[in-house]
Design a protein around this ligand. Structure first.
Ligand SMILES: Cc1cc2nc3c(=O)[nH]c(=O)nc-3n(C[C@H](O)[C@H](O)[C@H](O)COP(=O)(O)OP(=O)(O)OC[C@H]3O[C@@H](n4cnc5c(N)ncnc54)[C@H](O)[C@@H]3O)c2cc1C
Length: 314
């Protein structure tokens, strides 16, 4: 819980840009999750730095929220301050234009779909793999989001970061490693307190598409998504694929778990690696269903599934 003195300091710094006891259900695609003690949306880097210094000085915990599309926030919510960059860090612009490539700078709080649209509108190739992935640029970089057609790793040239609490910097793409649905920071990048930096923006190296028909490709990718994924409330794939040859969804389907329901949480009938909130699910319904699926897949196939979604809060 935040003290009243700390709340007052937050309100003085951020004015209307901070809310207290904010239900996270309103900020996640699962539409579940209890209240965050505070939700702060700094207007710019200066305000973010002042906020981070304040948080570090007072030892208050914090969490950076993207679009909340890969998160399961537990029912009692999040203690400390949740930081959203969606308002102050969402500009997208071409930074450098060469003959063979264009460097596009996108704020961490921009929607990934806006970056894809920017690429299409400017006839730049490279982002189509990400069409239809919800969430923000920052969340997509942290998750190395992607599909069979590509991942963020394939286009990311560099990252603007804030070394908490107060040192902005740039990390070249070669200094971060990616793995399947994750980014691994080089040890030298982790700050003294053991926290990874906050991503402020990404630089994406895209190619002029020339005569290639990008919109036809985009339409067929969107159609594939509409056909193969549920449209209900979810956080995308719940589990990582154990390997490219063994999709988690296939293991769950073969274990006969499609349609399995706990409370209002259900293993999707359309794609077995999605859990959908049928309307009134709680985080604990989803967690119990996730555990049940994991146990049954282990029993049926001897394979331990690892969550792709991030489970946070208390
Ligand atoms: C219908 C649906 C379909 C999906 N399809 C796909 C798919 O095809 N491929 C795929 O990869 N994913 C998919 N997802 C999952 C999800 O959309 C991606 O993982 C997405 O990139 C998460 O971005 P986000 O902004 O919502 O991040 P969040 O869920 O808000 O956060 C994810 C993690 O990133 C961290 N984070 C976010 N922003 C920052 C920042 N600026 N600095 C530091 N840390 C940060 C958070 O702290 C958290 O740890 C899907 C989800 C849904 C609901």
């Amino acid at each position: 819980m935040l003290t009243s003195g700390f709340k007052k300091m937050l309100a003085e710094l951020l004015g209307e840009r901070v809310g207290f006891d904010v239900p996270m259900a309103a900020h996640t695609s699962f539409k579940v999750g209890g209240p965050a003690d505070a939700l702060a949306a700094p207007a710019d880097s200066r305000q973010l730095i002042d906020l981070m210094v304040m948080l570090e000085d007072s030892g208050v915990d914090w969490f950076v929220l993207g679009g909340g599309t890969n998160l399961l926030v537990k029912d009692s919510g999040i203690r400390g301050v949740v930081i959203s960059l969606k308002q102050g860090f969402s500009k997208i612009k071409a930074e450098k234009t060469g003959r063979d490539s264009v460097l596009v700078h996108a704020g961490a709080g921009a929607r990934l779909s806006a970056l894809c649209r920017y690429a299409l509108e400017n006839n730049l190739a490279g982002m189509n793999f990400a069409l239809g992935i919800p969430g923000t640029v920052g969340g997509a970089v942290i998750m190395n989001a992607g599909t069979g057609l590509g991942t963020m790793e394939s286009v990311l040239a560099g990252i603007d970061v804030l070394y908490v609490p107060d040192k902005p910097g740039t990390v070249h793409g070669s200094r971060v490693c990616f793995d399947y649905r994750g980014l691994v920071w080089d040890d030298s990048i982790i700050t003294e307190g053991g926290r990874a930096p906050i991503i402020l923006a990404g630089r994406f190296e895209l190619e002029p598409a020339g005569d290639r028909d990008q919109s036809a490709e985009a339409e067929s990718l969107q159609a594939w998504r509409r056909q193969s994924q549920p449209t209900g409330l979810s956080a995308g794939c719940v589990f990582k694929n154990p390997s490219p040859q063994i999709p988690a969804g296939k293991l769950i389907d073969q274990a006969g778990l499609k349609g399995l329901q706990i409370g209002d949480a259900q293993v999707s009938e359309v794609h077995a690696n999605f859990i959908v909130n049928l309307g009134r699910a709680s985080a604990s319904d989803i967690l119990r269903l996730t555990d049940t699926v994991r146990q049954k897949v282990l029993k049926a196939h001897g394979v331990e599934l690892e969550p792709e979604i991030k489970i946070i809060g208390e």
